[in-house]
Design a protein around this ligand. Structure first.
Ligand SMILES: [Zn+2]
Length: 152
C-alpha cells in the first residue's frame, strides 16, 4: 500500500462513518418529529373540538340575543333600539353563561370567589378586644394591632 492509497482509504472510511452517523441523526430526527407531530395533532384536534363546541354555542348565544332583542324592541317600540340591545344582551349573557365552556368556567370562578369571600368573612368575624386599648383585633392576632400589647 502506498501512502496515497492508505490516505484515501482512511478518507473513504471516514466518509462512510460520517454518512452512517448522518443517517442515524436523520432517523432520530424523524422519530422525534413524528412524536412531536403526534402530540401537536392531538392538541390541534382537541382545540378544534373546543372551537367547534364554542362556535355552536356562540351561534345559539347570538341567535338568542337577536330573538330576545327583537322581542324587547317590539315590547317597547318607543325605545326600540335601546330595548333591542338591552334585552338582547341580557338574554345572550344568560345563555352564554349556561351553554359555552367559557361561560361555565366563568360561573365556576364566580362560585369560587364567593366561597373565598365567605371564608375570609368568617375568619375576620371572630374578634378579640384588646384589654389595654379596646381595639378590636382579628381573633388570629397575638399582639394588638393598635397598641402592640400581647393579647389572647
Ligand atoms: Zn391594644
Amino acid at each position: 500500500m502506498t501512502d496515497e492509497s492508505k490516505q484515501s482509504g482512511t478518507l473513504d472510511d471516514d466518509a462512510e462513518s460520517f454518512n452512517d452517523r448522518l443517517s442515524e441523526i436523520r432517523d432520530e430526527d424523524d422519530n422525534e418529529s413524528e412524536t412531536e407531530y403526534g402530540i401537536l395533532s392531538e392538541e390541534y384536534d382537541s382545540v378544534n373540538k373546543d372551537n367547534k363546541d364554542s362556535i355552536d354555542a356562540w351561534l345559539v348565544v347570538s341567535l338568542t340575543g337577536v330573538v330576545f332583542g327583537l322581542i324587547g324592541a317590539v315590547a317597547s317600540p318607543e325605545n326600540a333600539i335601546f330595548a333591542f340591545f338591552a334585552v338582547g344582551a341580557i338574554a345572550a349573557s344568560i345563555v352564554w353563561l349556561y351553554t359555552t365552556p367559557r361561560g361555565e368556567q366563568f360561573r365556576e370562578e364566580i362560585a369560587e370567589q364567593q366561597q373565598q369571600d365567605a371564608t375570609s368573612t368568617d375568619s375576620t368575624e371572630a374578634k378579640q378586644v384588646c384589654p389595654n386599648c379596646g381595639w378590636q383585633n382579628p381573633a388570629r392576632n397575638n399582639y394588638c394591632y393598635d397598641c402592640g400589647k400581647k393579647i389572647g
